[in-house]
Write a new protein. Structure first.
Length: 237
């Protein structure tokens, strides 16, 4: 079963289906390591984030598992039976798709909020940021405060369409099987100091009424989230 370039969308679903076919036909055997995400991206002519989304879907479906720093391995047949939903039932947007959408939408929201947020908005942002910082000191995260921080910026931008579009992205994450798998496996506690630093930069730019700086800080934050997910799949061998 030859690998052929993927041209249809959604790309991560097409990649996952091709790799699942190779696994089920025995071309990748139980315990075997798949090619690196870089090599798969070259073979399939898609981006590495698309490969990573496909791998998460295959993991959720019980076909592979990721060993950070070692690679992506085919599960033993005994592990496949009854583990996770069937691949064809996994139709959630990919994590990198969600991050890409958030980057564009929330970057512009931050740009607008820098000139439109009122004193109550800024006070509320400070309160939620303080909660995030306290949680990070204790070695944990405060996801509720993090989400509230972003939602306040979305509302403070003063554009109801942008606000509604950003609000629509949250259910795509909260009820997303691929996101849930990432949150289970990623060492999120190690990311908390970075998350706090990023939110501090966003908050400072908003308080200083610097739209470009606010947009840049938001972009930087969401880029780092994507990089953290990408590093989970990094094959260092």
């Amino acid at each position: 079963m030859p690998i052929h370039p993927v041209t249809r969308t959604p790309l991560y679903r097409q990649v996952a289906e091709q790799l699942a076919g190779l696994i089920q036909n025995g071309e990748y055997k139980p315990g075997q390591r798949l090619p690196s995400d870089r090599d798969l991206a070259r073979l399939l002519q898609v981006s590495r984030p698309t490969i990573r989304e496909a791998v998460i879907a295959l993991d959720v479906a019980g076909l592979v598992h990721v060993r950070p720093g070692a690679g992506i391995f085919v599960r033993e047949p005994a592990e496949n039976g009854g583990f996770g939903p069937r691949l064809e039932n996994i139709r959630d947007p990919g994590p990198f798709e969600v991050i890409e959408a958030r980057r564009h939408l929330e970057g512009e929201a931050a740009f607008l909020a820098a000139s439109r947020a009122d004193s109550d908005d800024l006070a509320s942002l400070q309160s939620h940021f303080d909660a995030m910082r306290r949680a990070a000191v204790d070695g944990r995260g405060d996801l509720a405060a993090d989400i509230a921080f972003h939602r306040i910026i979305a509302r403070a931008c003063g554009n109801s369409f942008i606000t509604a579009a950003i609000e629509a992205t949250w259910p795509l994450r909260e009820g997303n099987a691929l996101w849930q798998r990432l949150e289970r496996d990623l060492p999120l506690e190690k990311l908390q100091p970075l998350v706090v630093d990023d939110h501090a930069a966003i908050l400072q730019a908003l308080k200083q009424r610097r739209p470009e700086a606010a947009r840049t800080a938001m972009h930087y934050h969401l880029d780092r989230v994507g990089e953290a997910i990408g590093q989970f799949f990094s094959d260092k061998k």
